[in-house]
Ligand binder design. Structure first.
Ligand SMILES: *[C@@H]1O[C@H](CO)[C@@H](O)[C@H](O)[C@H]1NC(C)=O
Ligand SMILES: *[C@@H]1O[C@H](CO)[C@@H](O)[C@H](O)[C@H]1NC(C)=O
Ligand SMILES: *[C@@H]1O[C@H](CO)[C@@H](O)[C@H](O)[C@H]1NC(C)=O
Ligand SMILES: *[C@@H]1O[C@H](CO)[C@@H](O)[C@H](O)[C@H]1NC(C)=O
Ligand SMILES: *[C@@H]1O[C@H](CO)[C@@H](O)[C@H](O)[C@H]1NC(C)=O
Ligand SMILES: [Zn+2]
Length: 350
């Protein structure tokens, strides 16, 4: 509901109650009691509902899938969650961590384009009918860029960095050397919260884990607020709190402190490599983040119709990111659906 309509509606409700002023309860003590009761009941409901969705989300059985089949948005999420790409007849892998790793590390053009296309065949391509139902209900230039959606380009830092003999600060090798899977798995035991994430032992995932823990720290900070205020100031602020953690963990100083970064170089060239690495992640991401919602808003406005889902997607990709698909696309492809936030209906401009 938009703000204005909400205000008008509230005003109507308010004037309606004023008209029946005789029956309006103005007792503050009772009002406070009502809020306290609501709070207590809502806390229990939230808890039960979070537990239930965790149990369902982490337990994708045939039975549970059937249960979700009547729910279009759950179906879209389920397609995305279960999608697997078969690299050979006996080797089928999912997006995390295998396909992400291939996209990041492989320099083999054939392999990259194959993976890029196959991922879209098993995710987006099986969705368009459902996606247009979902809309009704609710009202890459891969070879160069090192990421399934070319949303961040930092995995190509090794070929792009200006000072080849200087570091660009990626602690993946050191993490692997220090057997960090052990450290990752211990994380679950130490803290009393859970993060659902399929990790790989890489610099990037180390940052992501800290970003997620930033969200959790924020949850903990507002845990004693009344239920109504137990949420971020806005979704973007929540992401910002997450990134405060990730960014402060990713500095050379901190990585040295925790023994993951041994290089003691402190010169301008290393700094520039590091800054370019950061820009390939953060600056390259901006047009991508922007176009996802440009596309979605256009769909919900009705300007982009099911027939032009894919075509309009690639126009925006070209216009804002300057990328084009590595293999020919057809009307039957649905490339937006190959991105989690489209399949799951998660807003991107936050
Ligand atoms: C408000 O309600 C409480 C509890 O029902 C009662 O004890 C109190 O007297 C009421 N106060 C007024 C001003 O009516
Ligand atoms: C997973 O779902 C099935 C129903 O398909 C249920 O019987 C089982 O108890 C669930 N397992 C867990 C660990 O929740
Ligand atoms: C449909 O699924 C979505 C995502 O799993 C969930 O948020 C929503 O509550 C479900 N709706 C119904 C009516 O079950
Ligand atoms: C590149 O990948 C393709 C398909 O996975 C494979 O057949 C080929 O041998 C690879 N080429 C090199 C040079 O590794
Ligand atoms: C919330 O309340 C608990 C119990 O009183 C307390 O231990 C905790 O420090 C409080 N948290 C915050 C962030 O105020
Ligand atoms: Zn986040």
């Amino acid at each position: 509901m938009d703000g204005l309509r909400f205000l008008v509606l509230s005003a109507l409700v308010l004037s309606a109650s004023v008209c029946h002023g005789a029956s309006l309860n103005t007792n503050e003590t009772e009002a406070q009691q009502f809020l306290d009761d609501y709070n207590a009941a809502a806390i229990d409901d939230y808890y039960i509902s979070s537990e239930a969705s965790w149990a369902l989300d982490t337990n994708i059985t045939e039975y549970n899938t059937q249960k979700m089949l009547t729910n279009v948005s759950a179906q879209l999420e389920s397609i995305y969650a279960k999608a697997k790409v078969c690299l050979s007849s006996d080797n089928c892998v999912s997006l995390e961590p295998d396909l992400t790793r291939i996209m990041a590390k492989s320099r083999n053009y054939t392999e990259l384009t194959t993976v890029w296309k196959k991922w879209r065949d098993v995710s987006g391509k099986v969705m368009p009918q459902l996606y247009s139902e979902y809309v009704d209900l609710n009202n890459d230039a891969v070879k160069l860029l090192g990421n399934m959606w070319a949303q961040e380009w930092n995995e190509r830092i090794d070929i792009l960095k200006p000072f080849k003999d200087k570091d660009s600060m990626d602690v993946t090798e050191e993490l692997k050397r220090q057997c960090f899977p052990f450290w990752y798995s211990n994380l679950c035991l130490i803290f009393i919260f859970r993060i659902k994430m399929c990790t790989d032992v890489t610099h990037e995932d180390l940052m992501t884990i800290h970003h997620e823990m930033g969200h959790i720290q924020y949850y903990l900070q507002y845990q004693n607020q009344s239920v109504l205020f137990r949420t971020g100031a806005n979704p973007g602020f929540h992401e910002a709190v997450g990134d405060v953690m990730a960014l402060s963990v990713g500095t050379p100083e901190h990585l040295r402190t925790i023994g993951l970064y041994k290089n003691q170089d402190n010169d301008e060239e290393t700094d520039l490599n590091f800054l370019l690495n950061m820009a390939l992640q953060k600056v390259a991401f901006l047009p991508f983040g922007y176009l996802i919602d440009q596309w979605r808003w256009s769909v919900f406005r009705g300007d982009t119709t099911p027939e032009s889902y894919n075509e309009d997607w690639w126009s925006l990709r070209c216009k804002y990111q300057g990328v084009s698909p590595p293999v020919r696309r057809q009307d039957t492809d649905f490339d937006p659906g190959a991105k989690y936030h489209v399949a799951s209906g998660t807003p991107y401009i936050r």
